[in-house]
Design a protein around this ligand. Structure first.
Ligand code: FES
Length: 103
């Protein structure tokens, strides 16, 4: 099955250096703005279910507010323990002023 893109927000809703959580097809997706580029990841830390969307962006990584694991927002890879499993990432496209995510 191919994922369909859904419009999730206006680009202005996610300022540079910030993360916002949106519900897309019943999934909580954290949209990250890294220097004007947008990335979409699961709002769920693989360590113990922490709310990643409430974490901080540190360059191109998102830091879990619960125990400090960090993940690359582009690839989902773990860059800092205690998490060991990557997070899910989703295609995120800019279309004009809008952001579309495929879940
Ligand atoms: S729940 Fe995210 S680091 Fe523990």
């Amino acid at each position: 099955m191919t994922a369909e893109f859904c419009k999730v927000a206006n680009k202005a809703d996610v300022p540079e250096g910030h993360v916002k959580v949106f519900t897309v097809e019943k999934h909580r997706i954290a949209v990250c703005n890294v220097e004007g580029k947008f990335f979409a990841v699961d709002d769920l830390c693989t360590h113990d279910g922490g709310p990643l969307g409430e974490g901080e962006l540190v360059e191109n990584t998102i830091e879990c507010p619960r125990h400090g694991a960090r993940f690359d927002v582009e690839t989902g890879a773990v860059v800092c323990m205690p998490a060991v499993k990557p997070i899910a990432t989703y295609p995120c496209e800019e279309r004009g002023e809008d952001l579309w995510v495929a879940v």
